[in-house]
Write a protein that binds this ligand. Structure first.
Ligand code: EPZ
Length: 422
């Protein structure tokens, strides 16, 4: 294992290139199962999670070639319809092979994903949607077995859950419906840009989809789909993470390149409320530290609301912002592992019932801390940038799951970070 040593007192300046979206890449890679023809997908970030997905596809029989950010996949001869526990347990998002496998084989056998530190990760809405298309679902021995002996049939489905829409659930059902007989209407669909990117990929393969990006998606089933070339959208959460780095430690400004600011409206609005100056072009966002920083109150919501994946990073900023801030996570109320680690660094954070009340302090102090989940770990790196002393963050494999060379990118901006054996 490796750890980061983040030297405090960083002063950032310059430009950073944002990578392709991890959360768009994962379902799009799974969608290649829907055709026997070759697909080329560009800007797939080289992170652990996309590598796990490629392993799962290879395990199913896909031919995979990867050259820098480009992935060439051909699922011509699939030898299996099973995604085994030893791969699924490593990455929950592998559940999104269920829909395409059902559509391709009329059957799928996927291990139930475990929970994770951000909270319970049920897939009941996925299964309800796929049953609505005609799949028979049985759960046995920790595996979900889905079978559609007579093929899949379009239907009108309600996919919303008590925490709102499900992103991967919407993806799974959409990928099954594109080859189902007849019309499917998904009500309560997730509206995230990553869902839209998947829909765009499927449409370019020949699928008939309308309404992606809205809560109602309509799909007319077709009989087959073809191979395509596609470039994945920029990673809005990586971008948001670097915006917070700028808000905390920019000398003057930092500029994010290859980014779509329209995917970050809610994050940009909050950072402006906190006093940051932000300017945008079609492909860049420039941010400066607030001259008179103030805290804010945020509540996470499904897109276009404030993203839960940016909640931990905002806690890092608020921990050193004068005044009181309140962060409520309605999507994953338990997603506050970062708070206990930040308290070790001197942060004044009280968490109760899915809400963190944060009283800003002048400066955090370095302490050995432990990464727990992807975004909490990134938040600890952000805290280390401005803390007094050198912060050691262990288990950085959590960060490498979803951030492409975050240490190198921060070093290029002027941070001082070492990656050393733990
Ligand atoms: C996606 O996870 C993202 N992952 C997550 O990002 C993100 O936090 C999440 O959406 C919410 O935006 C990928 O896209 C690979 P959900 P997903 O189904 O689809 C409940 C990161 O840091 N729910 O939208 O698995 C669920 O418990 C990761 O990159 C059910 O109740 O999340 C949660 O409260 C972490 N039943 C809410 O819905 C279900 O069947 C939203 O979950 C499914 C979900």
């Amino acid at each position: 294992m490796e750890k980061f040593i983040v030297h405090g007192g960083s002063s950032l300046s310059g430009n950073v290139n944002i990578s392709g979206s991890k959360n768009a890449s994962l379902p799009i890679l799974a969608a290649t199962l829907l055709t026997r023809e070759q697909c080329t997908i560009r800007r797939v970030p080289d992170v652990a999670d996309t590598n796990y997905m490629l392993q799962i596809l290879q395990n199913l029989g896909a031919e995979v070639e990867r050259a820098s950010g480009n992935v060439v996949i051909k699922c011509e001869k699939l030898r299996s319809h099973e995604a085994p526990y030893d791969l699924v347990r490593k990455m929950r998002a592998s559940v999104c092979v269920m829909g395409p496998l059902l559509a391709r084989h009329n059957r799928a056998n996927v291990s139930l994903p475990g929970g994770c530190v951000i909270g319970d990760r049920p897939i009941d809405l996925h299964l309800k949607g796929l049953e609505g298309l005609g799949a028979e679902v049985t759960v046995e021995g920790g595996n979900v077995n889905l079978e559609a002996r007579f093929g899949l049939n379009g239907n009108t489905l309600d996919m919303a859950g008590k925490h709102g829409a499900t992103v991967l659930g919407t993806d799974n059902v959409m990928m099954a419906a594109v080859l189902a007989k007849g019309k499917t209407v998904i009500n309560g669909a997730a509206c995230e840009p990553e869902v839209v990117d998947l829909a765009d990929f499927l449409i370019s393969m020949g699928a008939k989809i309308e309404g992606a990006g809205t809560p109602v998606i309509e799909i007319e089933g077709v009989t087959e789909l073809g191979g395509v070339e596609h470039t994945v959208i920029p990673d809005r959460i990586e971008a948001g993470t670097f915006l917070v780095a700028g808000a905390m430690a920019a000398k003057d400004t930092i500029t994010l390149r290859r980014v779509k600011h329209e995917h970050l409206t809610s994050v940009i609005e909050v950072l402006k409320q906190c006093g940051c100056e932000i300017s945008t072009t079609d492909t860049t966002i420039t941010i400066s530290k607030a001259k008179n920083p103030v805290g804010a109150n945020i509540t996470t919501e499904p897109y276009p609301g404030f993203p839960t994946d940016m909640q931990a990073q905002m806690c890092s900023l608020f921990a050193v912002t004068p005044g009181l801030s309140v962060v409520r996570d309605t999507i994953f109320p338990q997603r506050f592992m970062h708070a206990s680690e930040m308290k070790r660094m001197g942060a004044d954070i009280e968490v109760d019932d899915g809400t963190a009340v944060i009283k800003g302090v002048e400066q955090l102090s370095a302490a050995p801390v432990m990464a727990s989940d992807l975004r909490a770990s990134a938040a600890l790196v952000l805290s280390g940038l401005t803390a007094k002393g050198n912060t050691e963050i262990s288990r950085v494999y959590h960060i490498d799951r979803g951030y492409e060379h975050i240490d190198d990118k921060l070093i290029d901006l002027g941070a001082s970070i070492e990656r050393v054996p733990d």
